[in-house]
Design a protein. Structure first.
Lengths: 502, 158, 138
C-alpha cells in the first residue's frame, strides 16, 4: 500500500488503497527495496532515470489534487471521518425488521460475507425510492406442494440475517509484513485498522442479534406490531417465488432485471457485482508482441472497465426494476401488518407462476412477457432492453462510485513502484552499463506471467541473479552513503575551520 | 468449516443427479468445496479415448470469483502447462457468476476440442503446434494413450 | 473461511513467486518444473544487512509433502549456516523454530523464509560466526 520511495516517505493516509489491494496484503510494503525485479510491473529498461522520476512526480501531483483532502496536517481528522463513514456503512448492513420496503429490507440477508463495500447509503436510497428491489429474506428451498400454512410456518422461522453463515469461521490471511525484519510505515496503521474493523464487526453482530431478539419478541407478542408483515403479505410475496440464477435461493417475484437481456437478479447478488481491479489493457491478439508490454505496463495506461452483464456479457451492466407489485408497504407505504389484499390477487399471480422453474429462469428468453393484469399499466411498459444511460437503469458504478479513485490510486501506486524501480535500475547501470541493458531486455521478454519453457529453465538462475544484483545494489547504497557522510564531514570540518578563521 | 452456500449445495446435487455427458465431478468428503473431476477427451480430437483427471476448488468468493481448476493428468495442449494449469478466459477475467461448475467443465472440454495456440500458456507446445500441427497432434495422441486412462477400458460408454 | 486444498495453495504460492509479488529479500520456486505434485522446492534468502550474513545468499530446499499446509514443510539449508535452529545437516529443527513448531495453515513458504531471515537478523544471532561463504552441506 501507499509507499513512497524512501526519501519522500512522509506518512500517507492509506484510505484509498486499503480496500483495493486485498489479495496480497503487504506485498509492496518494504520501502524502496527491490522493485526493480518485480516482473509483473512496468519498468522500461531504456528509459532515462530522470524522465521516469519526473513522470512519477507529476503523476503524484495530479493525484494529490484528487486526494487533496488527504494532507498530513488534517490526517487525523480525515481518518476519524473515515472511521465514522465505515461505521455508518456497517450500521447500514444491519437488517432491521421495522425498516422494510414492500416486504423486503434495506440491508442484505448475508448470503455473501465479502465484497460488501458497495455504497450502502445509495443502495438504501434506491430501495426506498423503489428503483432497486429490496433485500428480501430468501427461502433456501421451495416446493410448490407446500400449503399456505406450511409456507407461512417456514417463512416465520427465518431470521433477518444469516448471521452465523456470514460472519463465522474467520481464518485470517497471513500478513507477510508480520514476518519482515523492518515493518513498513503503514504496518501499524493497518494493524490498527484491522483491529478496529474486527471490533466493529463484533459490534454489528451484536446489534444484529439484538434485532433478531426484538424481531422474535415482536412475532411472539400478543399485541399488534404494525411493522410485521401480515400473512397475506407473506403469501402474496412468497407463494410463487423465483430462484435467483446466481445465488440459487428463492425470492418473491419482484426482482431486478438485467437491462440488456432482462434476466432476473436479486439485489444481494447485484451489489456483489463490481469492476475488476485496475489492470493493464487486455492483450490484443493482433499486437501480442511481448515488447509492447513494456509500454502497456506504464502506470497511466492502467484501465478499469465497467462490468459486463453476467448473463449475456453485454458491457455496462445495469439493472432495471419494474416494481411488479400493486401495493407499497413499509417506508412510504402502508404498515406491513395492514396489508389485507387477499386471495383476489393470487389467482392472477398463479396464472404466470412458471418462473420458479429453473429452466425458465435460466433460459435466454425474457423471463416474463406476460404480466399480472393487476399491475398498474404505468409500470407495465412492454419490456425490452434499456440503454445503460437510461434514467431507469441502475449501474454497478452507481452503487460503487469509488471506482475512479481506486483507479487513480492504483495508477499512482504503480507510478511510485516504477520510479523506485528505475532509480534502482539506473544505479545498476552504473556498475555494468553494457550487459545490464541486454539482460534486462531479455528478461522483460520472458515477463508475461505465464510459465514458458525458457522462463522456467531460467527462473532459478534468474532468482540467483536477482539476489546477487540486490546484494550489489545494497553495497552500492552503503558505499554511497559512506561517501556522502565522509564528504559531509569534510564540509563540516571545513566550514568549522572557515568559521574559526573568520 | 463454515456452512456451504446454498448455491454450492444445489450445484453439487444437480451435478450428481444430472451429470454432464462425458464428465463426472464429485466433491471430496473432507472438503465439499473441492471436487475430483474425470473428463473424457472429446471425440475426433487428439484426446479422444482418454479420460483426464482434474481437480476443482470453489474459493470463498465463489460464485463471485471463478473456480480454480487444473489437470492432474499430463496433457499435451498449447493452453495447458506442465503443472496442469489451464489458460481459459472464463477461468479468469471473463468469469461470470452466472456460469457454473457444469459450464466451466464444458468449456474446458471444448478447449480440448479446439486448442488455441495463439493464446498459449505452454509456449513450447504452442510453438510446436504452430510449426507443425500434424506432428503436434501426433504427440498429443501419444501422450493421451501414455498418461490418460483409457476411455474404453474404464467401461463408460458414449 | 474454507480450507484451500494443498495443490491450489501451492499453485497460489508458485504464482506469487513467479509474478515477483513475494517479498524481495527471499525467493522460491519449484525444483523441477515438471513436478505436477509440487513437492520439491528451492528457496533463497538474502542475508540481512548489518549482520554476519550481509551480502550472502543462502540456498535452501523445501519439501511440501501431502500433509502441507496442514503440517509445516520440511526445510533444509543447502548453504552452510550457523543458526541455532539449523542442525548439523542443514535441517531446520521444528522444535527450535517457532514458525514450524506453531505452524498455521495460513503460513506459506514465504513466511518460513522471511522468518528464517528475521532470525538471522535478530540481535542474538546477527553476530554469530559463519562458515565460509559458498560452503554447502553435502
Amino acid at each position: 500500500m501507499g509507499n513512497t520511495p524512501a526519501k519522500e516517505s512522509r506518512p500517507r493516509a492509506s484510505s484509498y488503497s486499503s480496500s483495493n489491494s486485498g489479495s496480497y496484503p503487504g506485498v509492496d510494503t518494504q520501502p524502496n527495496l527491490g522493485y526493480s525485479y518485480n516482473y509483473g510491473y512496468g519498468r522500461s529498461p531504456g528509459s532515462p532515470f530522470n524522465s521516469y522520476l519526473g513522470e512519477s512526480r507529476s503523476r503524484r501531483n495530479t493525484t494529490s489534487s484528487v486526494f487533496g483532502h488527504i494532507v498530513p496536517s488534517r490526517k487525523s481528522k480525515k481518518s476519524e471521518e473515515k472511521d465514522r463513514l465505515r461505521e455508518e456503512h456497517y450500521m447500514n448492513l444491519i437488517v432491521k425488521f421495522d425498516e422494510s420496503v414492500d416486504g423486503g429490507y434495506l440491508a442484505p440477508y448475508g448470503t455473501y460475507k465479502s465484497n460488501l463495500d458497495f455504497d450502502s447509503e445509495i443502495v438504501r436510497g434506491l430501495i426506498v425510492a423503489r428503483r432497486l428491489a429490496p433485500f428480501y429474506t430468501p427461502l433456501q428451498d421451495f416446493d410448490e406442494s407446500w400449503s399456505d400454512q406450511e409456507l407461512l410456518i417456514i417463512i416465520k422461522q427465518l431470521t433477518l440475517h444469516s448471521i452465523e453463515g456470514a460472519y463465522s469461521g474467520e481464518e485470517e490471511d497471513d500478513d507477510i509484513d508480520n514476518h519482515k525484519i523492518h515493518r513498513s510505515s503503514n504496518f501499524y496503521k493497518r494493524q490498527e485498522q484491522k483491529i478496529k474493523l474486527k471490533m466493529l464487526i463484533e459490534k454489528i453482530k451484536e446489534l444484529q442479534k439484538q434485532q433478531e431478539d426484538r424481531y422474535l419478541e415482536a412475532k411472539t407478542s400478543s399485541s399488534v406490531v404494525k411493522s410485521l408483515p401480515s400473512n397475506n403479505l407473506l403469501l402474496r410475496l412468497y407463494r410463487n417465488p423465483v430462484e435467483c440464477p446466481i445465488c440459487f435461493v428463492f425470492y418473491p417475484d419482484n426482482l431486478n432485471l438485467s437491462r440488456c437481456c432482462l434476466q432476473p437478479i436479486c439485489s444481494e447478488c447485484f451489489v456483489q457485482i463490481k469492476r475488476l481491479d485496475p489492470h493493464p489493457p487486455h492483450d490484443d491478439p493482433t499486437n501480442a508482441n511481448t515488447v509492447k508490454r513494456t509500454t502497456e505496463e506504464l502506470p497511466h495506461t492502467l484501465i478499469s472497465e465497467p462490468s459486463n452483464c453476467p448473463y449475456c456479457a453485454m458491457t455496462d451492466f445495469g439493472v432495471i426494476f419494474d416494481k411488479n407489485l400493486d401495493f407499497s408497504t413499509g417506508i412510504n407505504g402502508i404498515p406491513p401488518h395492514d396489508f389485507e389484499q387477499t386471495n383476489k390477487s393470487t389467482p392472477n399471480v398463479n396464472d404466470n407462476d412458471n418462473e420458479s422453474d429453473e429452466q425458465a429462469v435460466m433460459s435466454s428468453s425474457p423471463t416474463s412477457e406476460q404480466e399480472p393484469s393487476i399491475i398498474p399499466t404505468k409500470l407495465r411498459k412492454r419490456r425490452e432492453s434499456v440503454p445503460a444511460n437510461s434514467p431507469r437503469v441502475i449501474t454497478i458504478d452507481q452503487i460503487r462510485p469509488d471506482w475512479e479513485s481506486k483507479l487513480l490510486s492504483a495508477r499512482s501506486k504503480l507510478a511510485r513502484k516504477a520510479a523506485a524501480a528505475s532509480a534502482i535500475h539506473a544505479s545498476n547501470l552504473i556498475i555494468n552499463p553494457e550487459t545490464e541493458m541486454a539482460e534486462y531486455d531479455t528478461r522483460r521478454r520472458r515477463n508475461t506471467g505465464s510459465s514458458t519453457q525458457s522462463q522456467q529453465n531460467s527462473r532459478l538462475q534468474t532468482m540467483e541473479e536477482r539476489m546477487i544484483e540486490e546484494a550489489l545494489r545494497l553495497s552500492i547504497i552503503d558505499e554511497e552513503e559512506r561517501k556522502r557522510k565522509e564528504e559531509e564531514k569534510k564540509r563540516k570540518d571545513k566550514s568549522n575551520r572557515d568559521r574559526s578563521f573568520s | 468449516m463454515a456452512a456451504l452456500p446454498r448455491r454450492i449445495i444445489k450445484e453439487t446435487e444437480r451435478l450428481i443427479s444430472d451429470p454432464v455427458p462425458g464428465i463426472t465431478a464429485y466433491p471430496d468428503e473432507s472438503n465439499l468445496r473441492a471436487f475430483t473431476v474425470a473428463m473424457d477427451g472429446p471425440d475426433s480430437s487428439p484426446y479422444e479415448h482418454g479420460v483426464f483427471d482434474l481437480e476443482l476448488y470453489l474459493p470463498d468468493d465463489y460464485p463471485m470469483c471463478p473456480p480454480k481448476v487444473r489437470f492432474l493428468t499430463r496433457i499435451y495442449h498449447p493452453n495447458i502447462d506442465k503443472l496442469g494449469r489451464i489458460c481459459l478466459d472464463v477461468l479468469k477475467d471473463n468469469w461470470s457468476p452466472a456460469l457454473q461448475i457444469r459450464t466451466i467443465l464444458l468449456s474446458i472440454q471444448a478447449l480440448l476440442a479446439s486448442p488455441n495456440p495463439d493464446d498459449p500458456l505452454a509456449n513450447d507446445v504452442a510453438e510446436d503446434w504452430k510449426k507443425d500441427e500434424a506432428k503436434a497432434i501426433g504427440v498429443a495422441k501419444e501422450w493421451t494413450s501414455k498418461y490418460a486412462k483409457s476411455h474404453t477400458a474404464s467401461g463408460s460408454a458414449e | 473461511m474454507s480450507k484451500i486444498p494443498r495443490n491450489f495453495k501451492l499453485l497460489e504460492e508458485l504464482e506469487k513467486g513467479e509474478k515477483g509479488l513475494s517479498a524481495e529479500s527471499i525467493s522460491y520456486g519449484l525444483s523441477n518444473q515438471d513436478d505436477i505434485t509440487m513437492t520439491h522446492w528451492n528457496g533463497t534468502i538474502l542475508g540481512p544487512p548489518h549482520s554476519t550474513h550481509e551480502n550472502r545468499i543462502y540456498s535452501l530446499t523445501i519439501i511440501c509433502d501431502d500433509k502441507y499446509p496442514d503440517k509445516p514443510p520440511q526445510v533444509q539449508f543447502v548453504s552452510k549456516i550457523n543458526l541455532p535452529c539449523v542442525d548439523s545437516n542443514g535441517y531446520v529443527n521444528p522444535d527450535k523454530f517457532d514458525t514450524l513448531q506453531n505452524w498455521k495453515r495460513s503460513y506459506s513458504m514465504e513466511t518460513v523464509l522471511l522468518e528464517l531471515r528475521r532470525s538471522m537478523a535478530s540481535p542474538a544471532h546477527k553476530k554469530l560466526h559463519q562458515p565460509p561463504e559458498g560452503s554447502t552441506y553435502d
